[in-house]
Design a protein around this ligand. Structure first.
Ligand SMILES: Cc1ncc(C[n+]2csc(CCOP(=O)(O)OP(=O)(O)O)c2C)c(N)n1
Length: 307
């Protein structure tokens, strides 16, 4: 288990002065992930909020070697970097023990970069892929992604008289990744910083590809006041909308089990993107969302028990 004191000692690798919104979940994630890294790292970042707000020329918030690449292929880029590193190491031209991290938003990961991610894991590149999951395409104006939950208002799933926000369920990317049998995969979020740090360390030390799906509340796209970011991140776990678990050596383990599972309305009511649901006929979309959350949570409990 990491200690805050120990984490605060080394020089920060993701620093302030960037243009992230106040209360931006993605910025907290970048900082915590890099704080957790014990070896020198090389970072790749797909186009998306995180890249846009942290690398405005001639400034950069990244105090590590950093590559920006297209929206769709950060996994392929970092796979190439890792392959080059292995070759140079074999020849004795690099002696340091480096690690490689790819960052992508849910748009760049769940949707457009899924093929590159799948290939990276299948070829067994030793790269940690971090999806900072803010459940929509935020930097281009809050369009729905396949990570957007049922019922959320976005600019391409607008809540009105016709639809109550996004009609479809979200894709379960963590399970798709697990089907590839990575060396390590987990879901986490920054309100549970120790859970996050522990998982980053496990992922970086795993002998093969690893994946972290990190929940990233977005004060702008989810429409809540910036000071509520950590509370919302916590509520996502307490309502089991975002279960914290890991998959390692064929085994599932729930890492944070809420003492009391709260109804999802506790999470929904704090965010403008779900306001309309409370007025929709019979509040049916809320009931459907609750059913989905219960189903996935129960299934996870069984998988963890059977492991
Ligand atoms: C092939 C391609 N399609 C579309 C775009 C435009 N584009 C850039 S970033 C982005 C959305 C990014 O969403 P996400 O990955 O979820 O990151 P976020 O902005 O939410 O952090 C889009 C649509 C692009 N750059 N390249």
């Amino acid at each position: 288990m990491a200690k805050l004191k120990e984490l605060a000692l080394p020089k920060e690798k993701f620093v302030g002065g960037h243009r992230g919104c106040a209360g931006c979940g993605a910025a907290i994630i970048a900082r915590q992930v890099l704080m957790a890294a014990e070896n020198p790292v090389v970072v790749g970042c797909a186009t998306g909020c995180l890249e846009v707000f942290s690398t405005i020329y001639p400034y950069s918030a990244w105090k590590v070697p950093y590559i920006h690449n297209a929206f769709e292929n950060v996994a392929a880029t970092m796979a190439g970097v890792e392959a080059a590193y292995k070759a140079l190491k074999r020849k004795g031209k690099i002696t340091k023990d480096l690690r490689f991290i790819a960052f992508g938003g849910d748009g760049g990961t769940y949707d457009i970069g899924l093929q590159a991610l799948s290939g990276m894991i299948e070829r067994r590149h030793r790269v940690l892929y971090v999806c900072y999951n803010n459940e929509a395409y935020m930097n281009t104006g809050i369009q729905r992604s396949s990570a957007t939950p049922r019922g959320a208002h976005t600019t391409t799933s607008p809540a009105g008289k016709v639809i109550p926000g996004k009609p479809q369920l979200r894709k379960n990317l963590t399970e798709i990744v697990i089907a590839h049998e990575p060396a390590y995969a987990a879901q986490t979020t920054f309100a549970y910083w120790n859970d996050l740090v522990t998982k980053v360390r496990k992922a970086l030390n795993a002998d093969g590809p690893s994946f972290l799906n990190i929940y990233a509340p977005c004060r702008l796209g989810w429409a809540y006041p910036p000071e509520k970011t950590v509370k919302i991140s916590k509520l996502a776990v307490e309502t089991c909308i975002w279960p914290l678990y890991e998959y390692e050596n064929g085994k599932y383990r729930i890492t944070v089990k809420p003492k009391e599972k709260k109804p999802i309305t506790e999470f929904l009511k704090l965010q403008g993107r779900f306001n309309h649901l409370f007025k929709w006929k019979d509040q049916l979309p809320i009931q459907e969302f609750q059913k989905e959350v219960d189903y996935i949570w129960e299934r996870l409990l069984k998988r963890a028990e059977a492991s």
